[in-house]
Write a protein of this length. Structure first.
Length: 240
């Protein structure tokens, strides 16, 4: 058992009831890389893994923009927000990372992290040292090909949440998050956002009052159910 000195959580700490359990390795974007060389082999491992687990409390940083990039991170449990911080210190929310997704891939080209990654819930990440990946990639064709496929998935076009009416933006945001969680083996129907209304408004390029009114309207229409920071998808569709 080890302690994360920055955030004070043990590797075996469990998340509270608002966070789903760890994702299966087979549903993770990094699975192919790990399977080839056992960098993190959490399920059925026969040898000691060469990576480590990183645990982060809500509100703590996984990494900060401009910091030297020494690791890739595969989200194993919990949600994180990926943000840019302006010169004035304001946060611009770029995306929400779900379990199974990989963070820090920009480090391959720049050597530094391009954004801040902040835990929205108790988070567990698989932490893979970049020097080890680069060394293996230079020696082994299969691993290099797996890394290329991983980078290709990361650069695929993402949904623009700041287009359309505010109703369309909120519906698209919730359905996109639901679909990504379902793709990873979670229920996808009920989840905890961990985002404030202001952060959602930031992501959707809208006013907080407008976001709050529309989410309450969808709740009254029984398209979704809101309880605190938890959302349940009831009868929500892109056609609404």
């Amino acid at each position: 058992m080890s302690i994360d000195r920055e955030n004070g959580m043990r590797d075996d700490d469990t998340c509270d009831g608002s966070t789903a359990g760890p994702i299966r390795c087979s549903s993770c974007d990094l699975n192919e890389v790990c399977r080839l060389y056992g960098l993190i082999a959490l399920e059925g491992r026969n040898r000691k893994p060469m990576g480590t687990l990183r645990t982060i409390r809500p509100g703590a940083h996984l990494y900060r923009a401009g910091a030297p990039a020494g690791h890739l991170y595969a989200v194993r449990q919990g949600l994180l927000k990926v943000v840019n911080v302006t010169a004035e210190g304001d946060e611009q929310l770029r995306s929400v990372a779900v379990p199974g997704e990989v963070l820090g891939l920009e480090a391959f080209s720049s050597g530094t992290y391009a954004t801040d990654a902040v835990a929205l819930q108790p988070v567990v990440c698989c932490e893979l040292p970049l020097p080890l990946l680069e060394e293996q990639g230079m020696r082994v064709r299969e691993l290099a090909a797996a890394l290329i496929r991983l980078l290709s998935r990361a650069t695929a076009p993402t949904l623009n949440h700041a287009r359309g009416s505010i109703r369309t933006r909120i519906i698209d945001f919730l359905l996109d998050l639901s679909a990504r969680l379902k793709q990873r083996g979670y229920d996808g129907r009920e989840f905890t956002l961990g985002l404030s209304r202001q952060e959602i408004a930031n992501l959707l390029d809208a006013r907080i009052e407008t976001v709050s009114r529309m989410m309450q309207r969808l709740h009254r229409e029984r398209a979704i159910q809101i309880k605190g920071n938890s959302v349940t998808i009831l009868q929500l569709s892109h056609a609404d």
